[in-house]
Design a protein around this ligand. Sequence first.
Ligand SMILES: [Cu+2]
Length: 107
Amino acid sequence: MAADSCGSSSTPTTTLPTSPTGPTGDNIQIWIQGDAFSPASINVPAGATVHWTNMDAMTHTVTSDTGLFDSKNMSKGSDFSHTFSEKGTFNYHCAIHSFMKGTIIVE
Ligand SMILES: [Cu+2]
């Protein structure tokens, strides 16, 4: 639930200017851990940026079922993010482990 960290430590991004185009600052963190996306399903507001961080020793991917986004291979500690500007339900999976599935519901 806490969204106080997106796992990136190299670039401080705490002072983003207010955008005139709409609400900003919604950063959602999903962990890739134990061959699973956690949480596997999450509701986010339109315009939110979702970050995935691979905590596993093995390589995973974050691959949209429809080709909307694809992290390609993510080694341990890698981060991938995608901003969801349109409402809808977005299913994704790991291209290496087909049993790994996740859903982003943008509302
Ligand atoms: Cu995987």
